[in-house]
Design a protein around this ligand. Structure first.
Ligand code: ADP
Length: 243
């Protein structure tokens, strides 16, 4: 239902190849972590799935539907960026106004009581205390901002989450806790999740399946055990050993 399929997908920016004949199948509900060095095309892959970039060649299917031409915002996906992209001039939550947690629901014309009930549910789910609702993002810690970004993505219940290095600004302890939180939330909502990182430890901690990318293409996919016991080449071995 919420699977993703990329068939021979290529994408370049002014002659710079970002994705090259990439093939990848993601099952509905799967938690896939995409790892690879900087510049390997991970962010471009997420942006192409979200519709923030057009694909030059190949085919993208989301939920079995050919999606190359579906506009950004019309696809059943939510992206959580490295920068988190919280709105600095809006509070975390104001039921009657545009705020970080209500914006997506307001533009969909949800009633105030529906909004309140949904936000209360997602806030609980991500461990965001109600007392933080009246703050602006800059009045929150990195971990709290993280929770707001995840809560915001959960409000509209898209079925597919695309996460682009969302933990890179967290201290190591918060990062370890957040990994567990993200994994727990995934179990609860069972949405398809693509998580991009250059950190193999994130992949080991969260992934149902790891996708190893380099130079715009998929080198190997598998569970941690599969990759360790049967690595395709030295590059895979070295990357796994960077843990
Ligand atoms: P990653 O997320 O793995 O670091 P990216 O998808 O950001 O990789 O980048 C893949 C390649 O595409 C890199 O060579 C990068 O320099 C290039 N690239 C990415 N975005 C742009 C852009 N907007 N304009 C030009 N080149 C870009």
């Amino acid at each position: 239902m919420n699977g993703i399929s990329l068939v021979n997908v290529s994408k370049s920016y002014n002659g710079i190849t970002a994705l090259s004949n990439l093939n990848l199948q993601i099952a509905s509900g799967e938690f896939v972590v995409i790892v690879g060095p900087s510049g390997s095309g991970k962010t471009t892959l997420l942006r192409c799935i979200a519709g923030l970039e057009d694909i030059d060649q190949g085919e993208l299917f989301i939920g079995g539907i050919y999606s190359n031409d579906i506009k950004v915002g019309k696809r059943p996906v939510q992206i959580i960026f490295q920068s988190l992209a919280l709105w600095p001039h809006m509070k975390v939550m104001e039921a009657n106004k545009f705020s970080n947690l209500t914006l997506g629901l307001k533009v969909r014309n949800w009633a105030v009581d529906q909004i309140q009930s949904r936000i209360s549910k997602v806030s609980k789910r991500v461990g965001l205390e109600d007392s933080l609702h009246s703050r602006f993002p800059q009045q929150l810690s990195g971990g709290q901002q993280q929770r707001v970004a995840i809560a915001r993505a959960l409000t509209t219940d898209p079925g597919i989450y695309l996460m682009d290095e969302p933990m890179s600004n967290l201290d190591p302890i918060t990062r370890v806790n957040m990994r567990q939180e993200i994994k727990r939330i995934h179990k609860e909502v069972s949405a398809t999740t693509l998580y991009v990182t250059h950190n193999i430890n994130d992949a080991f901690a969260m992934a149902d399946r790891i996708v190893m990318m380099d130079e715009g293409t998929v080198i190997q996919t598998g569970t941690r055990e599969e990759l360790k016991s049967n690595p395709l080449n030295e590059w895979v071995v070295d990357f796994l050993n960077s843990a």
